[in-house]
Write a protein of this length. Structure first.
Ligand SMILES: NC(=O)c1ccc[n+]([C@@H]2O[C@H](COP(=O)([O-])OP(=O)(O)OC[C@H]3O[C@@H](n4cnc5c(N)ncnc54)[C@H](OP(=O)(O)O)[C@@H]3O)[C@@H](O)[C@H]2O)c1
Length: 322
């Protein structure tokens, strides 16, 4: 044993490799222990007690599957719900559905296009329209995503993406931060991002940039206001939605599971993916970061080609039938 230790001291390379190995194994063991605690042992917090029963949750992009799941799961816990997105009819439908499911819950709908109405005054007006209701939870979930070569994206599309994905959540937090800090109970901010913010991708350069912004913004808010506000970044990987029609596989989950696990981790974590397989994937992506890009690009290219082929088939069929 002594010979081994002397051998290490006299050979800095092996000493460094040994220390590095022990630290890496230690970190992996720590992360696995954290995951077991999160998935199986820890009791979720009582959110109505923590943030105030009967207070309001404001959810942007509430007409998406993920957004509506937030509305439904928070309504189930007794929060009143503010729905925000661009399509009035879908908003009305969603609010109506929720009121039937949870008759004790109040709802408000705000039709607001974050791409078009993005000045400071527009956000002030949005707040005014809420008539001073007691907002305790803000879920920044609205997004636009594009998966194309950058030259095929129009400047307007890029601008809209930045306004919807980044400006909306920054400005909403600006509008409500003082009110959240003045509340007697704690409050919460959930920024919904994605694993695309863990490493750059060629076909989603601007999109993954917006997701990275959300990730850093989340950490900044947490560091500033952890004493009064629970700030959580919910960053899932690919989800199986009605629209995406992703096939089931061990590394794909659904919006309801992601939202349930996101709310389970609220108040405990700064960041979660909402699904264990996405956490493992996110860990690997973070370690290999830049080297993961070609893999992402190959997958995106394959998806784009499949979608183009599918569209071609549909157009061909439509032409034949007409
Ligand atoms: N789906 C996935 O595989 C996946 C994977 C990782 C992360 N996520 C995250 O999950 C969240 C929801 O994703 P999703 O796939 O469910 O989204 P989605 O189906 O594309 O829906 C996007 C939502 O944003 C709203 N929205 C879009 N443009 C808007 C605008 N200009 N102003 C206001 N609202 C606008 C849409 O509302 P209207 O169209 O009604 O206006 C809709 O409710 C996102 O934050 C995303 O980053 C999703």
């Amino acid at each position: 044993m002594l010979d081994f230790i002397w051998g290490l001291i006299y050979n800095p390379f092996w000493l460094f490799a040994y220390i590095f190995g022990i630290l890496s194994v230690g970190q992996i063991a720590f992360e696995v222990a954290k995951m077991i605690n999160r998935e199986f042992l820890r009791t979720p917090l009582n959110l109505p007690e923590r943030y105030g029963k009967g207070s309001w949750a404001l959810i942007t992009g509430s007409t998406s599957e993920m957004g509506f799941e937030f509305c439904r799961q928070l309504a189930k816990q007794g929060f009143n719900i503010v729905f925000i997105s661009t399509r009035l009819e879908v908003l009305q439908d969603s609010a109506h559905k929720l009121e039937i499911e949870y008759p004790q819950v109040k709802t408000k709908i705000i039709e607001h296009d974050f791409a078009k109405k993005n000045t400071v005054d527009d956000y002030k007006q949005l707040k005014k329209d809420l008539n001073g209701i007691d907002i305790s939870i803000i879920v920044n979930n609205a997004e636009i995503v594009t998966s194309k070569y950058f030259k095929d994206i129009t400047p307007q599309e890029s601008l809209d993406m930045v306004n919807v994905n980044c400006t909306s959540c920054t400005m909403l937090v600006h509008q409500f931060i003082n009110d959240l800090l003045k509340r007697e109970k704690r409050s919460a901010i959930i920024n919904v991002g994605s694993l695309a913010g863990y490493a750059p991708t060629g076909f989603q350069g601007c999109y993954s940039g917006t997701q990275r912004m959300l990730k850093f913004f989340t950490y900044g808010l947490h560091d500033n206001y952890n004493n009064k506000i629970d700030v959580l970044g919910l960053n899932p990987g690919t989800l199986k939605t009605k629209e995406s029609q992703e096939t089931s596989c061990y590394c794909i989950t659904t919006p309801d599971v992601t939202v349930r696990n996101g709310l389970r981790d609220l108040g405990y974590e700064i960041e979660t993916t909402g699904f264990y397989a996405h956490t493992i994937k996110g860990g690997l992506i973070s370690i290999f970061s830049r080297y993961a890009t070609p893999i992402f690009d190959a997958v995106s290219k394959n998806c784009m080609e499949k979608k183009a082929l599918e569209q071609f088939r549909k157009d061909h069929l439509a032409k034949k039938q007409s």
